[in-house]
Design a protein around this ligand. Structure first.
Ligand SMILES: Nc1ncnc2c1ncn2[C@@H]1O[C@H](COP(=O)(O)OP(=O)(O)OP(=O)(O)O)[C@@H](O)[C@H]1O
Ligand SMILES: [Mg+2]
Length: 343
C-alpha cells in the first residue's frame, strides 16, 4: 500500500489486512518506516521486531503485525546467510550495521523487502485452516502444512520513494554477480513482479495526491510491478444537490431565500460581546461564500475522479469519518473494502 504522505496508507493497509482476514484467514500487516504507526492505530504497545497478534477479524480471522527494524533484519540476514552470530553483534559494535542500514538506503530496502518475502513464503502448520482448505486437510498429515499467512499487507513508503524501494533488489541483482545476496535479491524481485503481488495506491481527491498516484502507477508499471487498485480515501458527500452546487459557484444562489431561512430559524443578530456582525445579512453572505467554495471543491473532486478513472484500475472509495479512525472505525472501513470487492 503506497500513496502520498498523509493520504491514509497506514489506515487503509490496516483495513485491508482486516478485510482479507475476514472469514477465518490469517494476514500479516507489516510496517517498515520505524514509526510504530500500526501499534498506535490498533492501540497496542509498541511492536517489537517480532510478529504479534493485533486484532481478530469477523468470522474468526486473525491479523498479526510486524514492525521491521532494518538493523535487526540485517543481523538476522547475516546469521541466515553467513552464520555470523556473534560476529554480527561485533559488526554492530563497530558501527557497520548502522552504516549498512542508515547510510546505504539500498541495503536497507533489500533487507526490508527481504523480510516481507520471507513472511510471504513461510510455511507451517495451519492451526486454524481457512475455509475451503478442509478437504486438503482431510487428505493426510502433509496437508496440514501451508502458507502461514493467507496475505501479507505492507504499509509501504510513500509514492515518492516506492519505485526505488520495490525495485532496489533489481539494482542489487545488477551489482552482485554471484552469491547469496544476488540470489535473495533475484528471488524477492521475482515475487514482487509475480501475480501474487499487487501495489495498491491510496489517494484523496486533491490535485497533488492524484498526480502522484498517476506518476507512481506509470513508474511501477515501467518497472514491471503490478498496480492493483486505487483507494480513494476520505471521500466527503456534497452537502448541496447538483444544480445548487453549480449555482453556488456562479453566485446564482437565492440570497433572499437564504435570508428568509436564517430568519425563520431565529439566527442572526449583532453580538454585543464581540462586536462581530452576525446580522442575518452578514451570515447569509458568509454562507453563500462558503457554498461557492464548496461547489468549487466538488467540481475539482469530479476532475480528480476523471483522472483516477483514466488509470483504468479497480477503484474503491472510503468515506471521511468525522470522528477520525479508532479501532471500531477501522473494522467499518474493512467492511467497506469487502463490500466493494477489494477483499
Ligand atoms: N477515512 C478516513 N476518515 C477520517 N480520517 C482518516 C481517514 N483515513 C485516515 N484518516 C486520518 O488521517 C490521518 C493520516 O492517516 P494515515 O496515518 O493512515 O496516513 P499515512 O498515509 O499512513 O500517513 P504517513 O504518510 O504519515 O505515513 C490519520 O490521523 C488518520 O486517522
Ligand atoms: Mg503511515
Amino acid at each position: 500500500m503506497t500513496g502520498k504522505g498523509g493520504t491514509g496508507k497506514t489506515t487503509v493497509a490496516a483495513a485491508l489486512a482486516i478485510a482479507l482476514a475476514t472469514g477465518g484467514r490469517r494476514t500479516l500487516l507489516v510496517e517498515v518506516e520505524g514509526r510504530q504507526s500500526i501499534a498506535q492505530l490498533f492501540d497496542v504497545p509498541p511492536l517489537p521486531y517480532e510478529e504479534r497478534h493485533v486484532a481478530g477479524a469477523p468470522g474468526g480471522g486473525d491479523v498479526s503485525a510486524l514492525a521491521i527494524d532494518p538493523k535487526q533484519a540485517l543481523l538476522e540476514y547475516l546469521e541466515v546467510f553467513y552464520h555470523l552470530g556473534r560476529a554480527g553483534r561485533m559488526l554492530e559494535r563497530l558501527g557497520a550495521i548502522d552504516f549498512a542500514t542508515t547510510i546505504a538506503p539500498g541495503v536497507r530496502d533489500v533487507l526490508l523487502t527481504g523480510k516481507v518475502y520471507e513472511a510471504v513464503r513461510r510455511r507451517g502448520p495451519r492451526t486454524r485452516p481457512a475455509p475451503g482448505r478442509a478437504s486438503r486437510q482431510a487428505r493426510g498429515a502433509a496437508a496440514d502444512e501451508g502458507p502461514v499467512y493467507d496475505a501479507v499487507v505492507l504499509d509501504a513508503p510513500p509514492t515518492g520513494r516506492i519505485g526505488r524501494f520495490l525495485n532496489v533488489n533489481e539494482e542489487v541483482v545488477g551489482l552482485a554477480k554471484v552469491g547469496p545476496i544476488r540470489n535473495q535479491a533475484g528471488a524477492v524481485m521475482t515475487l514482487l513482479r509475480s501475480p501474487q503481488s499487487r501495489v495498491h495506491l491510496v489517494t484523496v481527491l486533491e490535485d497533488m495526491p492524484v498526480q502522484e498516484t498517476a506518476d507512481a502507477a506509470a513508474e511501477l508499471g515501467a518497472a514491471g510491478l503490478r498496480v492493483g487498485g486505487v483507494v480513494v480515501n476520505m471521500v466527503r458527500e456534497p452537502v448541496l444537490p447538483e444544480p445548487a452546487l453549480a449555482d453556488a459557484v456562479a453566485g446564482r444562489l437565492d440570497r433572499a431565500a437564504v435570508l428568509a431561512g436564517l430568519t425563520s430559524a431565529g439566527l442572526g443578530r449583532r453580538s454585543r460581546a464581540t462586536g462581530n456582525d452576525t446580522s442575518p445579512g452578514a451570515l447569509a453572505d458568509a454562507l453563500l461564500a462558503e457554498a461557492a467554495g464548496h461547489g468549487a471543491r466538488v467540481a475539482m473532486e469530479q476532475r480528480e475522479r476523471q483522472e483516477i478513472a483514466a488509470l483504468e484500475r479497480p477503484t474503491y472509495e472510503l468515506p471521511a469519518l468525522a470522528t477520525g479512525v479508532d479501532l471500531g472505525a477501522l473494522y467499518g472501513l474493512a467492511e467497506r473494502l469487502r463490500e466493494q470487492g477489494m477483499a
